[in-house]
Ligand binder design. Structure first.
Ligand SMILES: O=P(O)(O)OC[C@H]1O[C@H](OP(=O)(O)OP(=O)(O)O)[C@H](O)[C@@H]1O
Length: 420
């Protein structure tokens, strides 16, 4: 039994906390977590935390915003209750990954290409164009002085250079920077930037909340953060306090080693962001690797299923094991499986650390060519397992209980970062 320690559960994942407490042989702290009728979270810590080392376990996923506020209130309550140290344990760290375009329930981008826009007109160029030699100056930058000097919307239409049909363009006669009529109207009445439709009078822009989330945890009083497989390990830099980013890699590797003939299989990263993760596992196990390049930005809507994924590597006749950190809408993993199957893969497994399964993800996985999907229980999986016969779950409670035990005793965590 670990002494002088308090493990407190949020509402997000009570069963994981129960397992952690069982391993540590400590009872979970008594608390009341409810809501006022107005929807605000209410927290009452019923055991004394004075002078104690407190670990509050709350995962992302599900009602993520409610869970996060609840966590902040619990941290603050423990600080006010004179806890010696408060550690926020977030098996899935919320807001550490934000898609670069807003997505709807079924996983498709909310923004759609304009219907009248033909394939020939589509361009991957930045619009407005990046300033450079022989290029028009950017609107609104100090370097775009031609535009700043003259009233922006008083300019007449000019012909646009190839590949820059909408942006600030150079008049063929004078060489001065100006703006064509389409761009003028797009700025004032809603615009189309490289296929994205912006709302009227508002340039499409997605806020990245990561820094704010880190600040909120620190402000609430978190002295330490423990999490698992951050989407982006650099996220730790947002914190002034220590962050321990644990790995699910040993668990994933152990699973792979149980697949019959795994040495002949190919580890596949479904996107560039996961290459390091996948190649680490492939290297450790002496396996081959293949990569898929995924382009997240919406292009032509009818092409989106295929045209934005490209395979690098040979998978013909081989078992493929996709490795990723997150399954959210399931788009990435199911489309990757489809591509692999089309390239002649024999069977496709997906090993993913965090199985969020938002929107239609379960239906998408069930309908996909995936043979098996393996996730950890960093977020609750009971319901997902009932609905998805392909799903298998790996338990992470021993990773967290060991991390908590070591932090409490001031021992090194490095053994948890070793992958063999
Ligand atoms: O199930 P889905 O809704 O498809 O989301 C899951 C994908 O999203 C994340 O990558 P992201 O698209 O953020 O790209 P990145 O890895 O390059 O950051 C994650 O690494 C998965 O690949």
């Amino acid at each position: 039994m670990v002494r002088n320690i308090v493990v407190l559960s949020g509402n997000s994942h009570p069963s994981l906390v129960e397992s952690i407490c069982n391993i540590l042989s400590v009872p979970p702290c008594n608390r009341i977590l409810t809501k006022f009728s107005g929807g605000e979270s209410r927290c009452e810590i019923q055991d004394s935390v004075r002078g104690k080392d407190v670990y509050i376990v709350q995962s992302g996923g599900g009602a993520v915003n409610d869970h996060f506020i609840e966590l902040c209130i619990m941290i603050s309550a423990c600080k006010m209750g004179s806890a010696k140290r408060v550690t926020a344990v977030l098996p899935l760290f919320p807001y550490s990954r934000q898609p670069d375009a807003p997505y709807n329930k079924s996983g498709a981008p909310l923004s759609k290409p304009k219907e009248h826009k033909s394939k020939e007109k589509y361009t991957f160029e930045s619009v407005p164009a990046t300033p450079g030699p022989g290029m028009p100056k950017s609107v609104g930058l100090s370097a775009g002085s031609d535009l700043v000097r003259e009233p922006f919307f008083e300019k007449g239409p000019t012909s646009a250079p190839a590949g820059h049909s909408k942006a600030g363009s150079v008049s063929s006669q004078t060489g001065s920077t100006t703006v064509d009529r389409d761009y003028r109207s797009s700025m004032s009445m809603g615009s189309d930037f490289g296929g994205l439709q912006a709302k009227k009078g508002y340039k499409q822009w997605v806020a990245q909340a990561g820094n704010l989330i880190a600040d909120l945890l620190t402000c609430a009083g978190a002295d330490h953060v423990v999490t698992l497989e951050l989407h982006d390990p650099q996220y730790q830099g947002f914190f002034d306090s220590p962050v321990d980013n644990l790995y699910a890699r040993p668990l994933l590797k152990r699973y792979i080693q149980q697949i019959p003939g795994y040495k002949e299989a190919v580890i596949v990263s479904p996107d560039a962001g996961g290459t390091k993760r996948a190649s680490g596992i492939a290297d450790d196990l002496g396996m081959d690797i293949a990569l898929i390049h995924k382009e997240r930005r919406p292009t032509k809507i009818t092409d989106r299923q295929n045209a934005t994924m490209m395979l690098v590597g040979d998978v013909f006749g081989r078992v493929c094991i996709l490795v990723d950190d997150l399954l959210d809408t399931g788009n990435t993993i199911t489309r990757a499986a489809k591509l692999l199957q089309r390239e002649g893969a024999q069977e496709v497994y997906a090993l993913v650390t965090h199985g969020v399964f938002s929107g239609d993800a379960i239906a998408r996985v069930n309908a996909s060519t995936l043979y098996k999907v393996i996730v950890t229980n960093s977020v609750p999986q009971d319901l997902h397992q009932e609905m998805c016969p392909k799903l298998e779950v790996l338990d992470v409670s021993s990773i967290f209980s060991e991390a908590i035990r070591r932090i409490h005793h001031g021992e090194s965590l490095s053994v948890l970062f070793q992958h063999d």
